[in-house]
Design a protein around this ligand. Sequence first.
Ligand SMILES: Cc1cc2nc3c(=O)[nH]c(=O)nc-3n(C[C@H](O)[C@H](O)[C@H](O)COP(=O)(O)OP(=O)(O)OC[C@H]3O[C@@H](n4cnc5c(N)ncnc54)[C@H](O)[C@@H]3O)c2cc1C
Length: 560
Amino acid sequence: MAAVTPASDRPDVDVIVIGGGVNGTGVARDAALRGLSVALFERNDIAFGASGNSSGMIHGGPRYLTYDPDVTQTSCEDSGHIQHIAPHLLFRIPFLVPIHPGRYPASVALTGYDSFFDLYDKYQALKRGKPHVRLSVDELRQLEPGLVADAVGGVTFDEWGIDGSRLCIGNVVDAMEHGAKVHVHTTVTDVLRRDDGSVRGVRWRDRMTRQTGSVTARVVVNATGAWAPITSALAGLPPNAARIRPGKGIHVYLDRRLTNYAIVATAIDGRQVFLLPWQNMSVLGTTDDDYYGDLDEVVANGDEVRYLTQAVARVFPAVRAARAIGTWGGVRPTLYAWGKNEDKLSREHEIVDHGQHGADGLYSMIGGKLASYRIFAEQMTDVLARRLGNTSPRRSHSSPLPGGDESIDPMSLVQPGGIEPMAATRLEYRHGSRALRVMERIAKNPREARVVCECEPVLEAEVRYVVEHELARSVDDVARRTRLGLGACGGMRCAARCGALVAQMKDRSPESGRRDALRFLAGAFQRRAPAVKSEQARQEALALAHLGAELGSGSDEESS
Ligand SMILES: Cc1cc2nc3c(=O)[nH]c(=O)nc-3n(C[C@H](O)[C@H](O)[C@H](O)COP(=O)(O)OP(=O)(O)OC[C@H]3O[C@@H](n4cnc5c(N)ncnc54)[C@H](O)[C@@H]3O)c2cc1C
């Protein structure tokens, strides 16, 4: 904490938001839509934390019904709104719950599930979900022949998925288009307070350029998810002022789409996990374990990979035959409670007014879900607006996110000699109607139709677009926005090309582009190593060491 004397001059902005996850970008957008001036600081990249590493379910979460029905209600309600503002980003995920012989006779178990999902169906209308269906063994097998033979029947239920990183990018771009100033790779290092304890602004440091500075504001919002206690400590507050219980969750992804349904399985400890089709891949998720490690270095380990594979293989054996090609993981900023198992913790959200701790003007956003981020952000902005005397109407539920204003047919982007249908489909998914802006680049410069990442595929024009309009400053940033380098080759075939493009656009040297690519590959390797076969991991480690030796040991980025 740094104490400063009251300033007579006007603050630089109305609102400072610390953290570029879904909650921070959501508040920045909502506040900007209401005409407040906003500055947002993100220490890493937009969506670096839980928001870009979640399971991406914009759902009600049927399991919350048993202990957190308000969470189901809020999430389903907000899912409906998110579908309205970003229709291009959402995709339907039909779930199958196979029921296996157990303690109860099959008919009793099926009736139990049936009644439970009857209750869940009551929320489906809020999110345009379909009611559940009770399935006989034959119907279950007909829908998914890959399930093990001992099931006695099953039920379906309907959910929605999203690319969490794209959701955050949509919010932050909209915020910027409504006047917000956004600083990525910029850590808030201090929360400034006046002699009377009230909060006055923040001090920051750009981790790439090493520049430092300060910005003053009328209010400061701590939206740093699992980092929230660390951030509140920057204001000199005690550790329990913004208390959370951090829970690590990881996913494993496989090189092919094994099924068109998500499948629920039970893990060895009785927790529910799933197999999810995701574009051309399959995803296994997720774990939930108390986490005490470095929040900037969340990586899966072999035990977690085996735990998920074992659970899913028990009901869907083909997962063992597919090739695991990577993992991703994040830390849930769950509300604090002592004595409960991690998966029984509340997914509710909470706004902490640190006026009660003597830091008037500082608020922390704690807990929550991707699926209810917009409501949480709206509630936070309501508090800010009341305090700042802003009476503008709420618009975050009705104003479309960038690209969500009109639907376009991806096939209309496929021109003779132009881009491939697969590239067009992905481009439209990620950018909605703004895919047309990427296509305008290609019309002006047809060379930009070149495919940079073949696994996804990602075009040169899209790489250039996200650097120019979506704050990407490195290969890793481009990957978060486009999925470049996340396919089977782990970026080996595209990172260098992408690094060269980013370096050229940012006026950096070609060598800095190669280093950027190497950093991306090293990070990708850390996430792939627990999942790929050991022989492949060894080969990739050797290839990386070789590339690193060629470049020498210099560094052009601060790492703290
Ligand atoms: C494995 C997993 C699966 C999940 N699945 C789902 C799901 O399917 N559906 C769902 O609804 N929810 C899901 N969630 C929960 C959801 O992802 C989170 O609740 C939500 O993303 C939290 O967002 P946030 O903005 O609060 O935090 P984060 O996304 O973690 O963002 C916090 C940001 O603050 C930045 N930061 C930290 N310190 C500083 C500083 N000093 N200066 C500047 N910036 C700083 C960090 O770099 C980070 O980017 C899941 C979470 C996990 C981990």
